[in-house]
Design a binder for this molecule. Structure first.
Ligand SMILES: N[C@@H](CCC(=O)N[C@@H](CS)C(=O)NCC(=O)O)C(=O)O
Length: 277
């Protein structure tokens, strides 16, 4: 799969590239960014999955991650959140369709032809970046925010062979138990809620997935307007306790759902991943 570099910027003693490639899974062009430190590599790296309404640019421009990535010598890959384009299904709401792929492989019309974000991230994206940049696939972690936190948790729990570490900011921990999940999973996967379990971090923990992670770090702001209705971190704490698994939820007073919260704690997440990669 050929990767086209559309722009390069020098940043914190490394190179940030904006990239484009064609994904076999989504059947569309897909965009992502890759930052690597100076040097030959291969570098350990983290894949970041963004939340609703985001492109590859939100995290890249707002998170301040690269200063910390340079400190730890960890490369960063940040993909878009869905397929896009004129021939791609969409919905006027911000929480469905383009910008809201939920990191699942859709089975339902009109989404199934292009909304294959689970396969895109776990196969096409990893293959493309591993082939085009000096990255070490054996030292790969994943993290994300909100819908992307859900993506990071579920992709890691299902693929402990692909990812050695996982953390999340303000994640949707159980699509089975929140309005965002209810709407998206019904649209993408259909009415049969049994099919949703493979995309629900709490259900995956209940079902014993991803035993190899020694700990999962979750950062949650207590002034997040989505906390009680959508995010519900207490559900994943309960699932972990029941399964005898370690999950660390850090609740931060006064922080909201925005990238200001992410920026405030991104350095601590890089340090946490650096210990594991
Ligand atoms: N109020 C937001 C709701 C969606 C939202 O909060 N999106 C989060 C992820 S769930 C985000 O990262 N937005 C983009 C940004 O802050 O740059 C909107 O309608 O744009």
């Amino acid at each position: 799969m050929t990767v086209e570099i559309t722009a390069t910027h020098r940043l914190h003693d490394g190179a940030l590239r904006y990239c484009k490639h064609v994904s076999a899974s989504t059947g569309t062009p897909m965009k992502f960014t890759v930052w690597t430190p100076d040097g030959e590599g291969p570098f350990p790296y983290l894949v970041w999955l963004s939340g609703l309404t985001c492109t590859e640019d939100n995290f890249t421009t707002k998170s301040g991650v690269y200063e910390h990535a340079a400190r730890f010598g960890i490369a960063i890959v940040a993909p878009d959140t869905s397929p896009r384009g004129e021939g791609v299904a969409d919905d006027p709401a911000y929480d469905l369709g383009q910008g809201a792929g939920f990191y699942v492989d859709a089975t339902q019309a009109p989404w199934a032809p292009h909304f294959q974000m689970y396969s895109y991230v776990t196969k096409d994206l990893l293959e493309a970046v591993d082939g085009a940049f000096p990255l070490d696939p054996a030292r790969r972690g994943i993290f994300g925010h909100s819908m992307g936190g859900h993506g990071a948790l579920t992709l890691a729990l299902r693929n402990p062979d692909l990812f050695k570490s996982v953390s999340a900011f303000s994640p949707i921990v159980s699509p089975l138990n929140c309005p965002w999940g209810d709407k998206a999973m019904t649209a993408y996967l259909g009415e049969d809620r049994a099919a949703w379990r493979a995309h629900d971090a709490c259900a995956l923990i209940e079902d014993g997935a991803g035993q190899s992670f020694d700990d999962i770090l979750i950062e949650q702001g207590l002034a997040d307007s989505f906390l009680e209705n959508q995010l519900k971190p207490e559900l994943i704490e309960a699932a972990a306790t029941k399964a005898g698994r370690k999950i660390t939820v850090r609740r931060q007073d006064g922080y909201d759902h925005s990238y200001f919260f992410i920026t405030s704690f991104i350095g601590e997440h890089l340090a946490w991943h650096a210990q594991r990669l």
